[in-house]
Design a protein around this ligand. Structure first.
Ligand SMILES: Cc1ncc(COP(=O)(O)O)c(C=O)c1O
Length: 432
């Protein structure tokens, strides 16, 4: 058969099989990222073997070790088998959203509807993926005619940096040291930087330091997001693990702004510019369920739904049903808090007066100032089989090479109280 002239023209010459191999070109931004903290820890300890009389204990990972509530298993077992055969919708289910909405109202004293139950809440497969994707949502090509900035506390949860860089933004780090109360100093941000800011991440209670932002701080952060037109992503995944008082949340601050505004005839901003991220990983000791939520500004949620309809794997319907049951129950969370307080008591008994010990206001990490975090980590692993994380692995170095996290280690208090007590006594013995 004779080929038409134009189809002959379209025949291209491909490199032949068996010819030289050209490797795939990858996203160059990946190469610019630091290795993930746990990868770095593996490399740091690769040549250290714990003494033979020690039993290795992982204090490096913030994975709750309490048994998840029986409710979880019951709800999964009660789900119809056929639900496992269904693709879950990006917006989740009405009972899931209702359970989250009702928890938000209970926890933060919000009037019903302040967070829109249908247009202001999305399920997430844990906060991690959602915190990653929010950078893709929030980062334009240019902001104020320049490369957009994503503001990140320093130290920080590694995902923020990866997300910012892969979205094409410049990660800009905000020091959160002992001098600033372990939270970024919002007054130190220049108008020039804020003008090109697309997204600000804040974490309260913070990981690794356990610092809690008060209402005035959160109001200020929301005010900046609105004044400069950026998204405020509040990572509140430790909000339910607290010592003396429940940490205020972003929605409480938005409500307070609304009430302030009403007095000045300027109400109506609601949850504008704000997205809150939370999950059941810490609250319900259910990290394996991979269930969380994103809530806030309906316009942002609408755009996020669009993005996530391409990117989200989603929670199975039985997992969403189990999540709804967990968000509807507070008793197991109260018990969790009681157990974490016991662990912190045990840590305080062993470590008070050393390494700058303080009781974290929220979360379950100790942030101990030990001189040289990497050296201490190697000693604790080699001499006692205790695996902790050097503070430098959470902290971006300054251009001069100094690293504010260098003197610290992070210790996760997630095991039973007796184990935590022994581990903290061992830390004191090994590090002196
Ligand atoms: C600060 C912070 N944010 C987010 C996450 C992600 O948790 P998850 O995806 O289980 O909700 C973690 C996990 O340890 C964390 O420490």
């Amino acid at each position: 058969m004779e080929l038409a002239a134009d189809s002959r023209l379209s025949v291209t010459t491909h490199p032949v099989v068996g010819g030289p191999t050209v490797g795939p070109s990858l996203n160059g931004r990946l190469g610019g990222l630091s290795d993930y903290p746990f990868t770095r820890l593996g490399a740091l300890l690769a040549d250290v073997t714990p003494r033979s009389n020690t039993t290795p204990l992982m204090l490096s990972i913030g994975e709750p070790q309490h048994e998840p509530p029986a409710l979880l298993a019951q709800a999964l077992a009660a789900a119809p088998l056929a639900d496992w055969g269904k693709y879950p919708p990006t917006i989740g289910t009405a009972p899931f959203r209702a359970a989250v909405h009702s928890w938000l109202c209970r926890r933060y004293g919000l009037p019903a509807g302040f967070v829109d139950v249908d247009k202001g809440i999305l399920p997430a497969t844990g906060t991690r993926e959602a915190l990653f994707q929010v950078a893709l949502l929030a980062t334009p090509q240019r902001k104020d005619g320049r490369q957009p900035a994503v503001l990140i506390p320093n130290p920080f949860y590694a995902v923020y940096e990866g997300a910012a860089a892969l979205a094409g933004a410049e990660p800009v780090f905000m020091p959160a040291t002992r001098e600033t109360g372990f939270l970024p100093d919002l007054d130190a941000l220049s108008p020039d930087l804020l003008a090109r800011t697309a997204l600000m991440y804040l974490c309260t209670p913070s990981n690794p330091q356990g610092a809690v932002a008060d209402l005035a701080y959160l109001k200020k952060a929301i005010g900046l997001a609105r004044a400069y037109g950026f998204v405020l992503a509040l990572d509140e995944c430790y909000a339910e693990i607290w010592d003396k008082a429940p940490p205020p949340g972003g929605f409480e601050a938005a409500l307070a702004l609304e009430n302030d505004g009403a007095g000045q005839g300027k109400a109506g901003q609601g949850t504008a510019n704000l997205l809150v991220f939370n999950s059941l990983s810490k609250r319900s000791s259910a990290a394996g369920l991979r269930s969380g939520f994103i809530a806030g500004d309906p316009a942002l949620i609408q755009a996020f739904t669009r993005l996530r309809s391409y990117a989200l794997a989603g929670n199975a319907l039985p997992a969403l049903a189990a999540a709804a049951a967990l968000w509807s129950d507070d008793a197991h969370v109260e018990e969790n808090r009681r157990l974490y307080r016991q662990k912190i008591d045990a840590a305080e008994a062993a470590l008070k007066g050393r390494y700058g010990f303080y009781r974290p206001a929220g979360g379950f990490f100790l942030w101990l100032e030990v001189g040289d975090g990497e050296a201490a980590t190697r000693r604790l692993w080699g001499e006692a089989g205790l695996r902790v994380l050097p503070g430098a692995y959470f902290t971006r170095s300054e251009p001069d090479g100094s690293n504010a996290g260098h003197p610290y280690i992070r210790v996760a208090l997630v095991h039973d109280t007796e184990t935590v007590a022994r581990a903290c006594e061992t830390i004191a013995r090994v590090l002196g």
